[in-house]
Design a protein around this ligand. Structure first.
Ligand SMILES: [Zn+2]
Length: 241
């Protein structure tokens, strides 16, 4: 058994799909993990997260990613694509599709973000994997995972945590609309809730906190008990119906 969790950025895979990354044979593959040239001006995200230089920050983030992956016990592969804040050129789609095809050839499960929040690079990674598996039996191996923390913007839908509907907050409807906005048909997907047990919650907590340069800007803080428990308690995935 082998599986790849495609992580658009350093941290996405661990924050969103830890229940998959602790499985035997799991690889965390980050696509936009490249270190920018030293003279690259700091991007918006790096300014927000207090980076001194973007190259140095990316090196720190690569180290954080290795610590997190070691805690979950998965292998790490990181590609050298530059993330949006450092890019001057668009993504070379055909080249990435070729790289994806050679990475997934013998893999049993291929995990991609469902792209809740519609971050362009989350959508791109998902769609490049879908293109790479088009008209192939590999498509049956694709699984979508919810993007965290973006999926928690209003808390979990009622069907995830078994909560009562709030008459003034329709999170179920919000998530359905997020899937549509991200370019998917919710009717063509079957959702699955992964309830994280106490051991996995502890591992996910330690692994997530390894991304210490990112957590404050992501709004993930153990002192915010309600959101932190929601973050550690569940992950959601979908497969084609
Ligand atoms: Zn991301």
């Amino acid at each position: 058994m082998s599986l790849i969790v495609f992580s658009p950025h350093l941290d996405d895979g661990v924050l969103s799909a830890s229940a998959q990354l602790v499985r035997a044979g799991a690889t965390l593959l980050t696509v936009f993990g490249g270190v920018p040239p030293g003279d690259t001006p700091r991007g918006r995200w790096d300014r927000l997260t207090g980076a001194g230089s973007c190259a140095q920050r990316q090196v720190e983030r690569l180290a954080e990613n290795h610590v997190a992956a070691d805690i979950l016990g998965c292998s790490v592969e990181t590609w050298d694509e530059l993330e949006a804040q450092y890019r001057r050129r668009p993504i070379d789609g055909p080249d990435l599709v070729r790289r994806i095809r050679s990475a997934i050839g013998a893999v049993d499960e291929i995990w991609v973000p469902v792209a809740i929040g519609s971050h362009p690079h989350h959508v791109a990674v998902r769609d490049l994997v879908l293109t790479a598996t088009e008209d192939s039996e590999l498509r049956r191996r694709v699984r979508f995972h919810s993007d965290l923390p973006y999926s928690l913007h209003h808390g979990w839908p009622t069907w995830v945590a078994g909560t009562r509907p709030d008459p003034y907050l329709d999170v179920d409807g919000w998530m359905r609309e997020e899937l549509v906005t991200a370019g998917l048909d919710p009717e063509a997907l079957v959702a699955r809730v992964h309830v994280l047990d106490a051991d996995l919650r502890r591992l996910k907590e330690r692994a997530s906190l390894a991304y210490r340069s990112q957590m404050p800007a992501l709004g993930l803080d153990p002192r915010d008990r309600r959101r932190w428990e929601a973050f550690l308690g569940y992950e959601v995935s979908w497969v084609a119906a």
